[in-house]
Ligand binder design. Structure first.
Ligand code: ADP
Ligand code: TRP
Length: 321
């Protein structure tokens, strides 16, 4: 099976990104053909500073490699190194009804938050569909917020196939893991860099610890029993813990006599145990920037090799030479 996912290089990656997308995608590396890319064309819709974009691309590459992306197996590339994706985006634009994009909530949300209502932001889902259909992915691991984009990609694949009478594109299935579909941020809202409520994977350890101690809880007194399922700290702890550890902490919540501060400390320890080895690996990679660049270039070549035959088929289907 072919798996594809992408992430925008638009800031520091956080544990919502990690559990929602990175970890599920990386877990598929062993048994499937995985394509992972850095969506820098997409990031241009919001990042206007060239130096910042370059730095963010480099950061995301380091983050993925440090967290276990195996470049020998997984095709890891920068979207902008694969211009074929844009050609495909045009072929998909031609079959894309305006209404489909007008209903897309990401555009509405972003412009409501004051972003420029430019054409690229509006057409974002078409480019995303091109990313997915360009490799004819079967599965796309993402967080829940990407669900509508995946539906649009399926719609466009179906429309293209129907209009041309050829089965050029597969209808990709989203893979949205229920237990990590929406990772809460420190304020209890969905964790997102746009909300300033993130716990960053590679933030300085002291700062991460402070951030964890700020996770919002209710005012149940220390001695009273507490509901683990209503607590943000527990929701985050569960992401790191195995079933037995989660049950043990849940028992302590229900028994009373444990303050939220203690649960936060347990979470901070889990975070540190999980990410410290990745942090070390990242520091090593950071010193080998040429190696990272070579990995991305090799990935782009392999991606283009996979994409070109599919694009040729799409071109022929619409009557291009
Ligand atoms: P952000 O909201 O911080 O800007 P992105 O939109 O760049 O994050 O998301 C990148 C990937 O991480 C997507 O697959 C998205 O669904 C996933 N993701 C982001 N935040 C969360 C979250 N809080 N819970 C689960 N998945 C998330
Ligand atoms: N829209 C995704 C996000 O903001 C990033 C993305 C771009 C993507 N193209 C994709 C994800 C294709 C999965 C598949 O997170």
């Amino acid at each position: 099976m072919r798996v594809l996912s992408g992430i925008q290089p638009s800031g520091k990656l956080h544990i919502g990104n990690y559990f929602g997308m990175m970890k599920p995608a990386l877990a598929l590396q062993e048994e499937h053909e995985v394509f992972l890319f850095i969506a820098d064309y997409h990031a241009l819709t919001t990042t206007k500073d060239a130096a910042a974009l370059r730095e963010n691309v480099r950061d995301v590459a380091l983050d993925f490699l440090a967290c276990g992306l195996d470049p020998a197996r997984t095709v890891f590339y920068r979207q902008s190194d694969v211009p074929e994706v844009h050609e495909l985006a045009w072929l998909l634009s031609v079959v894309c009804p305006m209404g489909l994009l007008e209903r897309a909530h990401s555009y509405k949300d972003k412009t409501a938050r004051g972003m420029d209502a430019n054409h690229a932001l509006f057409a974002y889902p078409v480019l995303m569909a091109a990313d997915i259909l360009s490799v004819n992915a079967d599965i796309v691991p993402v967080g829940k917020d990407q669900k509508q984009h995946l539906e649009i990609a399926r719609d466009l694949a179906g429309k293209f196939n129907r209009q041309t009478g050829e089965e050029v594109f597969k209808l990709a299935d989203p893979m949205i893991l229920e237990e990590v579909a929406v990772v809460p941020g420190v304020d209890g809202q969905k964790m997102s860099k746009s909300y300033g409520n993130t716990i960053d994977i590679f933030g300085p350890p002291k700062q991460v610890r402070k951030t964890i101690m700020r996770v919002v809880t209710d005012s149940t007194p220390l001695e009273a029993p507490k509901d683990p399922d209503a607590c943000n700290v527990f929701a985050l702890y569960k992401l790191f813990a195995d079933a037995e550890e989660a049950e043990a902490l849940a028992g302590r919540y229900r028994a009373g006599g444990m303050g939220y501060g203690e649960a936060k400390k347990a979470l901070a320890e889990k975070f540190e145990a999980h990410f410290a080895p990745y942090r070390d690996r990242r520091a090593e990679l950071e010193a080998e920037s040429e190696k990272v660049e070579a990995i991305l270039r090799d990935g782009a070549e392999r991606a283009r090799g996979a994409i070109q035959p599919i694009l040729s088929q799409a071109r022929r289907a619409v009557g291009l030479a």
